[in-house]
Design a protein around this ligand. Structure first.
Ligand SMILES: Cc1cc2nc3c(=O)[nH]c(=O)nc-3n(C[C@H](O)[C@H](O)[C@H](O)COP(=O)(O)OP(=O)(O)OC[C@H]3O[C@@H](n4cnc5c(N)ncnc54)[C@H](O)[C@@H]3O)c2cc1C
Length: 495
């Protein structure tokens, strides 16, 4: 019997899921709300470029063309690369563009008791003879269009973590954007165009990659005449791109020995324990180099957490070129504050006596990825499995309590493309009946073990659904083991 698979999203993750399911003999249908592939790369600000070196953000069977010579290609080149990949593996015919999935609902026989299962979906298998998913879709650009339903045997959610549902803070009544005479945008807005920003006083909120990129771009355009303000709560370590390149290069089997790994044996544990001072030392060396290279002290930009904490929680922010030159030159002003509210002509900032007069406020404060994921489920039972601090995913792809479904691209990592490719291969292998899942209890135990290891290095910065730089290789080894291959024999500098 032909098993039907629905893939939701045609960004990097959806393309990978599509490629590997096709390769394993399935005929997946990919629903994509936008008119094209690429997800985040198809709609971003002009200055966005890869912050992962391109050789680490590369499909294992489809290299970057020789014409792309830079280590960190810009978003246009990433898009061309993804288009070429999709064309090469003939993925386009499987994709239904401009089609938004409004909900998914699991149809089960009335006598099914999912709470008493020991095995995922009752059998531990990807497909069930009775359970199906109902996928409801609608024309993406016409909210009043008729809905259509598809019944499928398995759903792969690839809806992305850094897109669609903006995360903006709540404000007390009469202290939010409604009282502000200027314009309020989110970094994902299409109208974040140059004309809008030119000659305007702009304040960017946040301190992650999008925030510093947007602020640098605005400062570039407006110069010292209309300085841009970057307003943030917490400072993170920002590293120059050449530095990141060498960090990635230094990750090999030797560095892996220094860290505690989930489920490690006694000797591994002992070795990691005895070598742990090296890890602490290298973190301190990096911090000293950054403090020495950039005027962090002068601008009160030394983070309260260690560099190790930060890379262990998947927070990588590449310092835009000439960032501190712009600060020193007066085109960019850095402001740290716990909170702020809006007033008629700008922002009232906690600890400041006068309001910050501004014309445009751009929130670069991320996305509500958990909520987006939760909202796609019709059943409150499944919604509740997602809430909390992100979904506890076995092998960062399978929720032990949600059968016949996988989530790809949700776990952050230094190269989402690499990790998702490995997971897609592994998932397709499982779908083709070539591997099994452990019991639900074992999966949950495994998730907890990973969490413990990650917390050890991430400390207070810990967030779920992240495979840190240090554990990426080990994570791939686990996936490889599931598929019966030995990753240690493969040529893999990283992941
Ligand atoms: C500015 C920026 C820079 C980045 N740089 C890097 C980097 O250097 N290295 C790195 O590893 N990662 C980077 N990332 C992370 C990036 O998100 C991933 O690398 C990867 O592109 C994510 O792909 P995805 O397919 O999982 O998600 P997305 O790219 O978000 O794609 C999700 C797709 O799903 C579609 N979709 C969502 N909901 C629905 C629905 N209900 N119905 C139908 N379709 C739906 C969306 O339209 C979208 O096309 C960056 C992200 C951003 C925002």
């Amino acid at each position: 019997m032909e098993r039907k698979i629905a893939i939701i999203g045609a960004g990097v993750s959806g393309l990978l899921a599509c490629k590997y399911t096709l390769e394993n003999g399935f005929k997946p249908i990919v629903f994509e709300a936008r008119s094209g592939i690429g997800g985040v790369w198809s709609q971003t600000i002009e200055s966005t470029k890869l912050q992962t070196p391109k050789s680490f953000y590369q499909f294992s069977d489809f290299a970057w063309p020789n014409s792309v010579t830079e280590t960190f290609p810009d978003h246009n080149k990433v898009m061309e690369y993804l288009q070429a990949y999709a064309a090469h593996f003939n993925l386009f015919p499987s994709i239904k563009f401009d089609t938004k999935v409004t909900s998914i609902d699991r149809l089960v026989p009335s006598d099914e008791d999912e709470h008493s299962w020991d095995l995922w979906g009752g059998t531990g298998k990807p497909f069930s003879s009775s359970g199906k998913w109902n996928v409801t879709v609608q024309e993406a650009r016409n909210v009043s269009s008729a809905t259509e339903a598809y019944q499928v045997d398995f759903v792969i959610l690839c809806i992305g973590r850094y897109s669609d549902l903006p995360n903006t803070p709540d404000f007390p009544m009469n202290k939010g954007p409604e009282v502000f005479d200027g314009k309020v945008l989110h970094s994902m807005n299409d109208d974040l165009a140059a004309e809008l920003i030119n000659g305007k006083r702009v304040t960017v909120i946040g301190f992650q990659k999008s925030a510093v990129d947007v602020a640098a771009e605005v400062a570039n355009r407006n110069g010292v005449r209309y300085p841009c303000t970057l307003l943030f709560k917490t400072v993170h370590w920002m590293v120059p791109d050449y530095f990141l390149w060498s960090t990635f290069r230094s990750l090999n089997r030797w560095t892996e020995l220094i860290i505690h790994k989930p489920g490690e044996g006694f000797f591994s544990w002992l070795l990691a324990l005895s070598l742990s001072p090296l890890l602490w030392l290298s973190s301190k060396v990096v911090e000293s180099c950054l403090k020495w290279t950039f005027p962090l002290k002068k601008y009160n930009m030394i983070p309260g957490h260690s560099f190790l904490n930060q890379i262990s929680s998947c927070m990588f922010t590449v310092l835009p070129r000439n960032f501190y030159d712009r600060v020193q030159g007066g085109g960019l002003s850095l402001m740290k504050s716990r909170s702020f509210t809006f007033c008629k002509n700008g922002l009232v900032i906690d600890g400041e006596t006068t309001p910050l007069v501004t014309d445009i406020v751009i929130f670069a404060t991320g996305y509500k990825s958990d909520e987006k994921l939760k909202n796609i489920f019709k059943s409150t039972y499944f919604q509740k499995q997602i809430t909390g601090s992100s979904a506890p995913l076995y092998r960062e792809g399978i929720h032990p309590q949600i059968p016949q479904l996988a989530i790809l691209g949700y776990a952050d990592s230094p190269s989402i493309l690499r990790t998702t490719e490995m997971r897609s291969k592994c998932l397709a292998h499982f779908l083709a009946g070539n591997s099994n899942l452990p019991t639900i209890k074992e999966m949950e135990h495994n998730v907890m073990n990973w969490e413990k290891s990650m917390r050890l290095y991430a400390g207070e910065s810990y967030r779920r659904s992240c495979v840190s730089v240090l554990l990426q290789k080990y994570s791939n080894d686990q996936l490889c083991k599931d598929m019966g291959c030995n990753s240690k024999k493969e040529k893999m500098v990283f992941g």
